[in-house]
Every structure is written in C-alpha cells, then in structure tokens.
Design a protein around this ligand. Structure first.
Ligand code: WQD
Length: 344
C-alpha cells in the first residue's frame, strides 16, 4: 500500500480522511501530538478499518522527530497536513502560539519533505482566507481579504509559504484545499467532531445543546441582510470533505509539473442560514432545539459559500451528502458520547 503521512490524523477532518485514504488503498501514517484530539480516535479508526494504522506521537515542529518518521516509514508517497490550531477566538488571545505552531509546523514539514525527496503535498486551508467576498459564490480567483483573526492570517501566510517554496523551484507538487464549513460525522458514529471544551462552531454547539451538555444556543445576530436575517455558510459533510483529499492525491499522481500549488474550494456550492441549519438539525434528529437570538459575533462575515466548479472539473469530485444527512450523522455521533461532556 502506498503510504500517506497524515499530520493531525487524530483530529476531526484528519481521522475521517484516514478512513477514506485506507478505503482507496493507501496506508495512512498518522503524526499527531494529541493537543487537539483524543488518543481514543486511533482505537476507533482501528475498529472502522479492521486494523490499526501507524501513529507517531510527535510535535510537527520537531524536525528531527519528523525526519525519523519519514525514514522509518519510507517510501512515503505524499503528505497531508492537518495539524494546526484552529480556534478563531483563541488565536486572538494567543497569536504568538498560533504563528509558532501553524507556520512552524508547515515550514518544518516542507523542509523535511524536501530533504527526504517527498514531493506530493496537500494543505488544509480554509475559506476564511476570503473574508467577506465581493461576489458569490466565491471562486479560487476571488481575492484574499485582510483576515479577521490571527488564525485566518496563519492560513493566508501558510499558503504564501507554499507559493514561495514553489517559486524557489523547491520540488513541491502541492494542493491547497480551502474548506468551507465541515460538519457531520462518520455514519458508523465511531468518529466525529468533539472540540475540547465549549464549542465555538455552530453544529457541535447545536448537538451538545440538544444533548443537554450546554445551555440553549444563541444565534449570533438576526439582523443581517439575508433571507432570514442570519448568516449564510456552506456546510459540507466531513466524509465528502475527506473524499476530496483522496481525489486530490489521485490528481497529484497524474500531474507531472515539477513545482506548483493548486488551489481548490471544497464546499457544497449551497449557502444555508443559521436558522435553516437549526431546522435541518430538528428535522434530522426529531428533536426541538432551544435557542435565543443574540447580538452579532465580532469577525463574522455575513455570507460565504463556494463555487465548486474547479474541484468538480479537475478532481472529478462533488459532494454527495445533504445538510440533513450531515445533521443526522452529527446527532447520531453525539448520542454515543453520553450524558455529560468529558472532563476538559
Ligand atoms: C457558523 C455560523 C455564526 C456558533 C469557522 C472558521 C473557519 C472554519 C469553520 C476552520 C456563523 C453562527 C455559531 C453559535 C451561532 N474553521 N453561530 N451561534 O465562523 O463560519 O467558520 O469555523 O477552518 O475557518 O472561521 O463557523 O460554526 O463558528 O459559525 O449563531 O453558538 O453560525 O455566527 O454565522 P464559521 P461557525
């Protein structure tokens, strides 16, 4: 089996991508320091896959440790880099740690890849690089806007690091995947989204509130100039998102250019309001959700959803799951987690 190094492979999107990589005939080799994920995810992956996969508990900023993984597991076909801090709110209070970790881990990984002659690379980027687009749906040619947070800036800077490496003719064959809003869980309910502490994101807060882990949901603003006054996002099922990484790796195996960084938006192409997302959850779960209207959250953009024409045309990839199925799977995952949140 061709080996793919997956940093952050115990995380939400990383673990789902390991499942799809394995199903496609690759062997994921996970590197994770479990700073944002739980070790038990690796046991769950072994259950889903029917066999354990290699896991190295190291910090992605540790160049020697990373090099040793490449040498022990080589030959490595390519690398997918998920490992990063991703809380918008926390990044405002801890910018130095966000730059050190998010930029440091990327630079370290690219240096080791260059030294070990591994060229195929998939980077986990984010639609947050667009800010509030001038036109919708947003395409890969839409300009980046000033980021609203240090987290968003780390994603913009990381893409610049990759571009500069390519410009310097470092033999890097890269794809940067700009995720819209990943939601849902694996249909087995063995893996899913479980942020540490109180969720910042909408869907885990919805499922945890419905499970009685949290108080009622506050809708951050219903005075936007949208169809129902609440913000619009492009919620993409995490399994669809994971499958896009396999499609990207397949595409990289066919592209013979010596050095490039190809950008792809990964979304459904449909915008959904917060109230529509709540209604989808209620329909999918068969439960009523308690929520209240509140003030706008600083930094929120009003409306963003993807043009997915490029990923469809070049990667041959489209989403298959609906928002209802994403909410069904998120709810099903939540019901496996018990009556109270894990000790933070
Ligand atoms: C979605 C909508 C909120 C919580 C962020 C990052 C992005 C990506 C996904 C990593 C907004 C509203 C939310 C709540 C609410 N992360 N909301 N009450 O902000 O679009 O994107 O997560 O890559 O980079 O920026 O996602 O889920 O936080 O918010 O009303 O308790 O739900 O105002 O309109 P967001 P989100």
């Amino acid at each position: 089996m061709k080996k793919i190094l997956v940093t952050g492979g115990a995380g939400f999107i990383g673990s789902h991508t390991c499942v799809e990589l394995f199903s496609a005939g690759y062997l994921p080799v996970v590197v994770d320091n479990f700073s944002g994920s739980d070790r038990r995810v690796m046991d769950a992956l072994a259950k889903i896959l029917g066999t354990p996969i290699p896991i190295y508990e190291i910090d992605c900023c540790d160049a020697v440790a990373m090099r040793d993984v490449f040498r022990k597991e080589g030959p490595i076909e390519g690398a997918i880099h998920f490992a990063a801090y991703k809380s918008v709110g926390a990044s405002v209070n801890q910018p130095l740690e966000y730059y050190a970790n998010n930029l440091g881990s990327l630079v370290t990984l690219l240096q080791v890849m260059r030294n070990e002659n591994v060229r195929r690379f998939v980077f986990s980027s984010s639609c947050t690089v667009y800010g509030q687009p001038d036109t919708l749906p947003v395409t890969e040619e839409s300009p980046m806007k000033p980021a609203e947070s240090p987290y968003g800036r780390t994603k913009q800077f990381c893409e610049a690091v990759i571009n500069d490496a390519v410009t310097a003719n470092i033999p890097l064959q890269a794809v940067s995947l700009r995720y819209f809003n990943p939601v849902g869980a694996h249909p087995s309910a063995l893996i899913g989204e479980l942020p540490i502490g109180k969720p910042e994101n909408l869907v885990p807060f919805i499922t945890q509130s419905a499970a009685g882990w949290r108080g009622e949901l506050t809708v951050f603003g219903n005075d936007y100039s949208t169809r129902d006054g609440t913000c619009i996002r492009d919620y993409i099922h995490v399994v669809d998102l994971a499958r896009a990484h396999v499609a990207a790796m397949h595409w990289l195996e066919k592209d013979t250019r010596p050095a490039f960084n190809e950008i792809f938006n990964l979304g459904t192409g449909n915008g959904v309001t917060v109230l529509e997302a709540i209604a989808a959850f209620e329909q999918a779960s068969g439960t009523r959700l308690n929520y209240q209207m509140g003030v706008r959250r600083p930094g929120d953009v009003m409306e963003v959803y993807a043009s997915v024409e490029k990923a469809s045309r070049l990667l041959g990839w489209r989403t298959e799951f609906t928002i209802l199925e994403a909410m069904r799977d998120a709810h099903r995952w939540q019901t496996t987690l018990g009556p109270t949140p894990p000790k933070a």
